[in-house]
Design a protein around this ligand. Structure first.
Ligand code: SF4
Length: 321
C-alpha cells in the first residue's frame, strides 16, 4: 500500500508578465512517500522554488492537484488552509531576510505558536520556545538577542525552530544552506537530518547544488525551465544520469572521484525563454544531442524502470541501465 504524504498531479504555475505568460512550473507530477527526502535541483529560474511555494499555496497554483495526505488542498478554503499550515511548513533560503529584525529570538520562534493560539498562557509558550531552541542547538542565553546580533548559522536555526514550532509533518526546505558559509552548511544539514529522523519528517529539499542533494536525498528531481526533466532514486541518478542536462550538472560537481570519471560538460547556447515557450524540448538550444524533432515536439516523461523517469526523445538510447 502506498504511504504517500504528497501526490502532485499536473501542477502548473503561470505568471502574467508584460512580455507574455511565464510558465514557471509546467505540468509537474510526482509522489512523495512519508519520511522521505525529495531533492529538487536546477539552475536559478528553473521553477523549483515556485513549485515549493505552489505546493504550500503560498503561490496559488494555476492548475493541477496537490494531494496532501489524500486531500486535494488546491480546493480547500483559506481558513482550512490556515489550519493545515501547521502540518506543512517552509524553511527559507535567507534567514536574515525572512526574520523581522525588530523581534527577539524568543519572539520570532514564539510567533507561530502565538498566531495559532497553541498555548493559553505566555509562560507556557515561552517554555516551549526554550525547548525548541534546545532542539535546534540555540543557547538559552540568546533568547533576548536580535537577528543582526547572530551569525548566519544561528539565524537559520531560528528559521528551523519556527518551522518546527507547530509540529509539522512536511517541510519545504528552500535552499536552506546556500546563503551560509561552507563550514556552517554541514552543521545545518546534519541538524535537518537529525530532526527528520527524530520527528519522522518528510522534506522537499530545494537546491541548485547537486552535491548537497546527493548527501541529503532519497530521490532527486531535476528541473529545467519549469519542467521536470529527470526523476530517480538518488543513487541511481548519480550512477546512471540520462538526461543531457543532468549529465552537465553532475559533471560540474567538484569531487575528484567523479571528475576522474567524467569530463566537465560546458553548456553553450542560449537559454530558451520561459515566457510563451514554443513547442519542443526547452533544453534543445543548449543540448549537444539535439536533432530536428527536439525543436518541434516536447518530450514526454518516460519511465525507464526502477522509478527512473526522463523527459528526452532519446532517453532509451542514453540509458545504460
Ligand atoms: Fe537534448 Fe533532444 Fe533530449 Fe532535449 S529531447 S535533451 S534536445 S536530445
Amino acid at each position: 500500500m502506498s504511504d504517500a504524504i504528497l501526490e502532485v498531479k499536473n501542477l502548473k504555475k503561470y505568471f502574467n508578465t508584460p512580455g507574455g505568460v511565464l510558465h514557471a512550473v509546467d505540468d509537474v507530477s510526482f509522489t512523495l512517500e512519508k519520511g522521505r527526502i525529495l531533492g529538487v535541483v536546477g539552475e536559478s529560474g528553473c521553477g523549483k522554488s515556485t513549485m515549493g511555494r505552489a505546493i504550500l499555496r503560498l503561490h496559488e497554483p494555476t492548475s493541477g492537484e496537490v494531494n496532501f495526505e489524500g486531500r486535494d488542498i488546491t480546493k480547500i478554503s483559506a481558513e482550512e488552509m490556515r489550519k493545515l499550515r501547521s502540518d506543512m511548513q517552509i524553511i527559507f533560503q535567507d534567514p536574515f531576510a525572512s526574520l523581522n529584525p525588530r523581534k527577539s529570538v524568543s519572539e520570532l520562534i514564539g510567533e507561530p505558536l502565538r498566531l495559532h493560539k497553541i498555548y493559553k498562557s505566555k509562560a507556557e509558550r515561552e517554555q516551549h520556545v526554550l525547548e525548541l531552541m534546545e532542539v535546534v542547538g540555540l543557547a538559552e542565553r540568546l533568547a533576548n538577542s536580535y537577528p543582526h546580533e547572530l551569525d548566519g548559522g544561528r539565524r537559520q536555526r531560528i528559521g528551523i525552530a519556527r518551522a518546527l514550532a507547530l509540529n509539522p509533518k512536511f517541510i519545504v526546505c528552500d535552499e536552506p544552506v546556500s546563503a551560509l558559509d561552507v563550514s556552517i552548511q554541514a552543521q545545518i544539514l546534519n541538524l535537518l537530518k537529525k530532526l527528520k529522523r527524530e520527528r519522522g519528517l518528510t522534506y522537499m529539499f530545494i537546491t541548485h547544488d547537486l552535491s548537497v542533494v546527493n548527501y541529503f536525498s532519497d530521490e532527486i528531481m531535476v528541473m529545467y525551465l519549469g519542467r521536470m526533466v529527470e526523476y530517480a532514486p538518488s543513487e541511481e541518478l548519480f550512477k546512471n544520469p540520462v538526461h543531457p542536462y543532468t549529465r552537465a550538472l553532475l559533471s560540474a560537481i567538484p569531487v575528484p572521484r567523479l571528475r576522474s570519471k567524467r569530463e566537465r560538460i560546458l553548456l553553450k547556447g542560449e537559454i530558451t525563454s520561459p515566457i510563451n515557450p514554443k513547442p519542443g524540448c526547452r533544453f534543445a538550444p543548449r543540448c549537444a544531442y539535439a536533432k530536428e524533432c527536439c525543436f518541434k515536439d516536447s518530450p514526454e516523461l518516460r519511465d525507464l524502470g526502477g522509478g527512473h523517469k526522463v523527459a528526452c526523445h532519446f532517453s532509451q538510447e542514453f540509458f545504460k541501465g
